[in-house]
Design a protein around this ligand. Structure first.
Ligand SMILES: NC(=O)c1ccc[n+]([C@@H]2O[C@H](COP(=O)([O-])OP(=O)(O)OC[C@H]3O[C@@H](n4cnc5c(N)ncnc54)[C@H](OP(=O)(O)O)[C@@H]3O)[C@@H](O)[C@H]2O)c1
Length: 142
């Protein structure tokens, strides 16, 4: 076995594709928000270790960090792949939805990364992120 990866957003899209790719030759901790996704991840490979994480819930992030720390003392690559898009006119989007987006795409990942930092000594952190930066630019130029 080569390296140890941690990937969030593993239920679908980019995150799931990365899990399938890297699990061929590596151990992959695969994070999902919904329990019903765990079984499907186990089917991919014995190299996949699924775990639950909701990036909007601090206790869930803490539990995920503890789960990983109990199973490994080194991570080679953390891929923060989870994300959501809340689209629409900035003046009409409910602030609660924007908070969910920022918590998922920014603060949740930051908290998760901080929790795993001691295991990442010499490792890589890859943030996929999302449309959130367009909001910021939009607000600045108006
Ligand atoms: N695909 C593209 O071309 C593209 C381009 C630029 C940027 N992006 C960004 O890249 C990221 C991944 O894209 P994708 O196409 O793979 O999207 P996706 O298929 O929607 O995958 C996003 C994943 O994030 C998970 N997620 C959402 N909210 C979460 C939360 N609070 N806690 C934990 N996990 C959560 C989702 O789980 P659930 O299914 O349980 O919600 C889902 O598995 C997104 O942020 C997207 O905006 C994508």
């Amino acid at each position: 076995m080569n390296k140890t990866y941690v990937i969030t957003g593993a239920a679908s899209g980019i995150g799931k594709a990365l899990v399938e790719h890297f699990a061929k030759e590596n151990i992959v901790f695969a994070g999902v928000r919904r329990k019903e996704c765990l079984a499907e991840l186990r089917q991919i490979s014995v190299n996949v270790i699924p775990f639950l994480i909701d990036l909007c819930i601090e206790e869930s992030i803490t539990s995920a960090v503890e789960f990983i720390k109990n199973k490994t003392d080194k991570i080679d690559t953390l891929i923060n792949g989870a994300g959501c898009v809340v689209a629409g006119a900035i003046e009409r989007i409910p602030v609660s939805e924007l908070k969910r987006q920022f918590n998922t795409n920014v603060f949740g990942h930051l908290s998760f990364t901080q929790g795993l930092l001691e295991l990442l000594d010499g490792g890589r952190i890859i943030n996929i992120s999302s449309i959130i930066f367009l909001y910021l630019i939009n607000l600045i130029i108006k």
